[in-house]
Every structure is written in structure tokens, then in C-alpha cells.
Design a protein around this ligand. Structure first.
Ligand SMILES: Cc1cc2nc3c(=O)[nH]c(=O)nc-3n(C[C@H](O)[C@H](O)[C@H](O)COP(=O)(O)OP(=O)(O)OC[C@H]3O[C@@H](n4cnc5c(N)ncnc54)[C@H](O)[C@@H]3O)c2cc1C
Length: 368
């Protein structure tokens, strides 16, 4: 099967890799370089447990989380790239006794064991993460919340894809999907036609524009996220720390990531003074010692978002051979391995092998 994958973010690269391993002839088209957009801008946290009741989304997230140790080892073996899969766990600081009680209830959840969920009292917080501010009364600790270096991950997936036989066409921008007699036949990229039996759109926040090229409508929007990093040598924090206003991700490379805003400002590509000031104020309030660290980088990215905040995965209704995998919003790094596996199985067998009812593109196509 000849497949054109459009978009070289984490979703396009991971899916191209899986499709090639399953025997497809894959061309991956990316207008810039792999990881140039949201996938290079992310913090790389792999935190699949939601606050609410179990849902198909949480199932998808947990399934992907379970794949990560194997994915990291496999990519390292095939490309030599260490994706910095860190398994030290995340601390969720709590400021009231009631919150600590709630955390104890959550620790008793059925997944508590697999994810190593613990409720820490004040003394345990001081013991495990002494740099946290004195007003932190307790914490929920989730040992199973891991993180990776997403810049390395997307490059590793792209290299592994090429090694598996994928033709990577970087620097080529797709202007439209070719649809003839109700079937996708390929795409037009910088005036060149690239043919395929199947076209998969993995174009992140820009997917709505390509869907519009054949008269379709998909309400995908960008949600801008701004972040910064601090020089974290010697390290102040051991764990990832995730509070309401800010999260802090210590990378083995010696950076501490401070994130992130979630803004609905269209495609305004800018790092703003207000956002960076807000993130820094929240970070220093939570961990006062961070005030003395040097700022190393600031950046932004556009998360692909659908109005119900769920991914959009599956066949495009009414156009045979056209598929979409996007709108992973705040969890695209976490969800990449399962998305790649699911889309490959679905495209090749016609069956997704998972409960995908909440994710199908036709939920928007039929709702006007
Ligand atoms: C600040 C921030 C922090 C985040 N933190 C996390 C996190 O901790 N954990 C997590 O799981 N997720 C996180 N995310 C979310 C995650 O980054 C995204 O969900 C994910 O990267 C989306 O991947 P993608 O491949 O769909 O999109 P993208 O990475 O945006 O890739 C789409 C690609 O398509 C290309 N493209 C678009 N149009 C065309 C065209 N016409 N022709 C050719 N190529 C085209 C683009 O150049 C781009 O490279 C974060 C995001 C941001 C911005």
C-alpha cells in the first residue's frame, strides 16, 4: 500500500514509522523540518491519569504510557538516540489539609498501584523535595508520571522511519489533497503531485486548512503555549513538579522547563513579556531558589485543539483513502505511540482495535 503522510510532527513521524514497519511504502511530507512546530515545543510529560472518571481518552492515554519503555528502548537501538525517558515521578503540591485528604482517596484508585500514587504529608514533602516553598502542606506523588525529551523523540522517530524505508520529503508544503471520484489519490506539494492509495493528514493545528482544500470542514484551532527554561546546574529539583499555575520539568540535559500558557490567540507566533513574567512568578513562588537561576531559552508552540478537547482520529467520511490524526492538544507526545499503532492497524485492516467512538472525525462533519 502506497501512503502519503502529511506533517512531520510527532504524530506524522511515529505513524510513518509504524506504517513502514507494517510493509507500506510511505512518503512523509513536512514543510519545514521534523518537530519544527508543537512537537518540538512541548515539555514531554507523560501523565495519563485524568482527574475525572475513567474514559476512552484515559484508556488511550494509559495504553500509550504503557508502550513508552519499549518505544524508548527500540528507538535507542535503531537510531542511537537516547530520548531521556525519566521515570522519577511527578509531585503535585497541595496547600490545604482537605486537598491532602482528597489525594489519599485518589491514591486508593484502582490504578494507584500501577502508577505508584502516594499522598505525602508535610514532612515527606520536605524529605523528598526540600526546595518546595514552606506553604506546601502536602503532595500527591505519582511515581508513574514520566517524561521524555520530545525534541530528541521526534528526531528519533523520523530517523527510525527513514531507516524503515520511509521517504522523507522535508521543505515541501502541501497545498491540497487530490480527491477524484470520491477517493483520495495523493496531494499537491509546491506544485508537484505526490500520488498515494492513502493520504493521512497529521498536520497538527493546520489540519483544518488542508481539509478545506477539498471542500471539507474540520474545526481545529491552535492553542498557543509559551514556555521557558532555566539553567539547572546544580539541580534544585529531582522530580517533575506540577501545580495549578505552572509545571517544572527537570531534564537530564541540565535544563529545567517552566510551562506553560494555554492561549486562544490564533497563529500569533510570539513569546510575550506577560506570559514569561507570569510563569516565572508562579515558579519562584512554588520553589523560591529558582529565582537565582539563569534563563536559558523561551519559546512557543501551537497545540492542535478540537472544540471538545479530544483527538481527531480516523477515516474522513465520504472520501475513501483519506485519514486524519490530529487534535492531540496537551497530550500529543504522550499519545504518539498509541496513535501510530492504532492508525496503522486501522488503515491496514479497516478496524482500529480500540474504542474510538469519541475520536472519529465525523463527530464534527455531521454537527453543523
Ligand atoms: C508549550 C507546549 C507544551 C506541551 N507539553 C506537552 C507535554 O508535556 N506532554 C504532551 O504529551 N504533549 C504536550 N504538548 C502537546 C504536544 O506538543 C502536541 O499535542 C503534539 O506535538 C502535536 O503533534 P502533531 O504532530 O499533531 O503536531 P505538530 O508537531 O504541530 O506537527 C504538525 C506538522 O505538520 C507540518 N505541516 C503543517 N501543514 C503542512 C503542510 N501544508 N504541508 C506540509 N507540512 C505541514 C508542520 O510544519 C508541523 O511540523 C505541548 C505543547 C506545547 C505547545
Amino acid at each position: 500500500m502506497k501512503i502519503v503522510v502529511v506533517g512531520g510532527g510527532i504524530i506524522g513521524c511515529a505513524t510513518a514509522y509504524e506504517l513502514a514497519r507494517a510493509g507500506c511504502a510511505v512518503t512523509l511530507i513536512e514543510r519545514a523540518t521534523p518537530g519544527a512546530e508543537a512537537s518540538g515545543a512541548a515539555a514531554g510529560m507523560l501523565a495519563p491519569l485524568g482527574d475525572s472518571a475513567p474514559s476512552p481518552f484515559e484508556e488511550l492515554a494509559i495504553a500509550s504510557w504503557r508502550l513508552y519503555p519499549k518505544v524508548a528502548a527500540e528507538l535507542r537501538e535503531q537510531t542511537g538516540i537516547d530520548v531521556e525517558h525519566v521515570t522519577r515521578g511527578t509531585v503535585y503540591p497541595l496547600f490545604t489539609i482537605e486537598d491532602v485528604r482528597l489525594a489519599e482517596t485518589r491514591a486508593a484508585r484502582h490504578l494507584g498501584k500501577e502508577f505508584g500514587i502516594e499522598a505525602w504529608d508535610t514532612a515527606e514533602v520536605r524529605d523528598h523535595e526540600p526546595a518546595l516553598a514552606p506553604n506546601v502542606r502536602g503532595a500527591m506523588f505519582v511515581r508513574g508520571d514520566h517524561w521524555v525529551n520530545n525534541q530528541r523523540l521526534v528526531i528519533a522517530y523520523a530517523q527510525a522511519a527513514v531507516a524503515a524505508g520511509v521517504t522523507l520529503r522535508a521543505g515541501l508544503s502541501v497545498s491540497r489533497v487530490v480527491v477524484e471520484s470520491g477517493r483520495a489519490r495523493g496531494v499537491v506539494a509546491d506544485g508537484e503531485r505526490v500520488d498515494g492509495d492513502v493520504v493521512l493528514l497529521a498536520t497538527g493545528a493546520w489540519t483544518g486548512q488542508l481539509v478545506a482544500s477539498f471542500g471539507g470542514r474540520l474545526p481545529i484551532e491552535p492553542k498557543r503555549g509559551q514556555m521557558l527554561s532555566l539553567a539547572h546546574v546544580p539541580p534544585v529539583l529531582r522530580h517533575c513538579v506540577h501545580a495549578e499555575e505552572v509545571y517544572l520539568v527537570p531534564r537530564p540535559s541540565g535544563e529545567l522547563l517552566v510551562g506553560a500558557t494555554v492561549e486562544r490567540v490564533g497563529f500569533q507566533g510570539a513569546v510575550t513579556a506577560r506570559a514569561i513574567a507570569g510563569l516565572l512568578a508562579a515558579a519562584i513562588e512554588l520553589v523560591p531558589a529558582l529565582g537565582d537561576l539563569a534563563i536559558s531559552r523561551t519559546w512557543y508552540g501551537f497545540r492542535p485543539w478540537a472544540p471538545d478537547s479530544l483527538p481527531v482520529l480516523g477515516p474522513w467520511p465520504g472520501v475513501d483513502g483519506l485519514w486524519v490524526a490530529t487534535a492531540h492538544f496537551r497530550n500529543g507526545i504522550l499519545l504518539a505511540p498509541i496513535t501510530a499503532q492504532l492508525m496503522t492497524t486501522w488503515i491496514m485492516t479497516g478496524k482500529p482495535g480500540m474504542d474510538v467512538r469519541d475520536f472519529r472525525p465525523d463527530r464534527f462533519v455531521n454537527a453543523r
